[in-house]
Design a protein around this ligand. Structure first.
Ligand SMILES: [Fe+2]
Ligand SMILES: [Fe+2]
Length: 268
């Protein structure tokens, strides 16, 4: 984690430093090469070395991928049943964000998966570092029968939201502004400034996965599309409607399969 961060955010931030650092880490290099060759990007050219991947995808892109792999490694992915479901949800939202962008014919970049994967990182942090308090909050949520939302309980228990926690984490780790904002505003994407389309894609992907029950909170965590973000979708596709959401929900299982090589680069 520290190694990648030093190169990406420090004075010695250069492509050759980043290549050296990735090459020193066999798992990370194999992951980056597998990602560059995966159908996620759809390149026909075969990538065999990290330097090729940087040349093909660019420094920023490789930096984002390496940084997000480091973040995933930083957390323990084998915890409670809730944690397990939260990670499954996170991977699904990563896949769905790429799928949503494809639906709107946007340029496919790694940051789509990265922002989707990390969207609930604030929740993952709270759950892993304050487990007793988090468990208590979940037990109230279960007994409560939807009278109080998860978001209201989070505020009452922690005095903050998982979006704010994520903002602080991603700023500390020197993530680029567009990813940081898309993650911290995934419930209110219209508030994102540097890349509102990215935030909108993450927001819609989160809804799709939740509607498909790929969510740790099940039906109790009832989400809806933010009204203010509709014009962004309509600008991307004039006829955008609930039909698009339904079509995307129908494609998700296939997409999870299609992106499995890319996703496996994150798994240990
Ligand atoms: Fe969330
Ligand atoms: Fe989520």
């Amino acid at each position: 984690m520290k190694g990648v961060l030093e190169v990406t955010s420090g004075k010695n931030s250069s492509a050759s430093n980043l290549i050296t650092l990735i090459e020193r880490d066999q798992v990370l290099s194999a992951g980056i090469i597998a990602m560059a060759n995966s159908p996620y990007f759809g390149f026909s050219k075969k990538v065999t070395a990290v330097s090729n991947a940087v040349a093909l995808l660019g420094f920023q892109e490789i930096r984002n991928l390496a940084l997000s792999i480091s973040v995933v490694r930083f957390f323990d992915q084998k915890g409670s049943d809730f944690q397990d479901k939260l990670w499954k949800h996170s991977y699904a939202v990563g896949v769905a964000t790429r799928m949503v962008a494809g639906h709107f014919k946007l340029k496919i970049e790694g940051k789509l998966f990265v922002a989707g994967l990390l969207h609930d990182i604030g929740k993952i942090f709270l759950c892993e570092y304050l487990p007793a308090k988090f468990k208590e909050m979940l037990s109230i949520l279960e007994k409560n029968d939807s009278k109080i939302t998860y978001h209201a309980l989070e505020k009452a228990f922690f005095g903050t939201s998982h979006g704010d926690v994520a903002l602080r984490l991603l700023e500390t780790w020197k993530f680029p502004q567009d990813i940081t904002e898309a993650v911290s505003w995934h419930h209110e994407p219209s508030k994102a400034q540097s890349d509102q389309v990215l935030a909108a894609c993450v927001h819609l992907a989160d809804l799709i996965c939740t509607y498909k029950s790929l969510s740790p909170l099940g039906d109790r965590h009832f989400l809806c599309l933010q009204k203010e973000i509709l014009p962004v979708f309509q600008k991307l596709k004039e006829s955008f409607s609930s039909e698009d959401v339904r079509a995307l929900m129908g494609q998700l299982d296939l997409e999870i399969d299609r992106q499995s090589i890319f996703v496996s680069a994150y798994k240990r």
